[in-house]
Design a protein around this ligand. Sequence first.
Ligand code: GDD
Ligand code: MG
Length: 361
Amino acid sequence: MLEAILLVGGQGTRLRPLTLSAPKPMLPVAGVPCTTHQIARARAAGVDHVVLGTSYQADVFRSAYGHGEGLGVQLTYAHEETPLGTGGALRNVAEHLRSGPDDPVLVFNGDVLSGFDIEALVAHWRDARADVALYLTRVEDPRPFGLVPTDAQHKVLAFLEKPSTPEEIVTDQINAGCYVFRRSLLDEIPAGRPVSVERETFPGLLQSGAHVIGHVDTSYWLDLGTPLAFVRGSADLVRGIAPSPAVVGSNGEALIHASAQVAADAQVSAGSAVGRNCIVHSGAKVLGSVLMDGVVIGAGAVVRDSVVGRSTRIGAGTHLHEAVIGDNCDIGAHNEFTSGARVWPETALPDMAVRFSAEPA
Ligand code: GDD
Ligand code: MG
């Protein structure tokens, strides 16, 4: 038996307005929620019981997955009335676990797409007789993440969450958002108050002399926390650059739901995902983008590296580039939204009303 916890209770603020109607891990990337991709990979690595640490919009998970029948794992839910932070969530989940005190328990941040070798991480934890093993990756700009320097024996030397000064940038190795914990350590996290695993639990474990190791794996990795990362992750799944057993029906360039209608002279490519009942009219281009269910793209419109929310209509000739349009919008013809523009749900705009560009998010 191998158990996993998925932390899925965050508010997904950086992905608003998309996360107003669904929690971040339930937004479709390549047609399927990130949570489904993660559970499919965990299952392939031998996980048979998954506990979801929920808070924000918990019902969305329950109604999508029930007890996990469709996922091939047993699924249990833990819930925080008020968010307890990443560490508090782990403590709250711990009572739902069935593992013994010295067994390994996997923990996943719920917004990470990755091709790393899960079994190798567990084996490293076991072979090193570690208390905690952290999956680390290397990135060009580590500042938005948790920096984790290690020594030659893989021992973690420090944990620097989102460093604010140049002196703190001591490594390009970051916390990639998956851990193996000895189960008893999860039970020791303080209960009933917010705890950050990154800012409190990990530094505390290092201070108390716990054996914490880093396991570097440089295969595909992406945190889906921003709009640009979200569209890139979806496109990477559609194109097979990001591996997931849950991607079904991609032709390598696009994943178009069978119920969608795409005009013969429209172009849907560069990893675009087109949801249920979408309509893409003549001459339109949809490139590297995500169209959620029921979206209508007008004739000659261009949608590039953008996300269009459910049941939104984009008028003829309108251009979207690196834009996020919320659910149920009615955007008229010949408008332009670029570089991080965000349109809130239910917005109606006449033709030729807007040429809008914002700073990249
Ligand atoms: N249950 C619960 N309760 N889950 C939460 C809470 C909470 O209070 N807060 C956050 N989460 C979940 C989010 O839903 C997400 O899946 C995960 O925890 C991580 O939160 P993010 O908000 O995405 O954190 P981050 O991306 O800024 O940073 C984290 O991930 C990086 C790697 O992607 C940190 O763990 C960094 O150290 C790490 O480098
Ligand atoms: Mg994140």
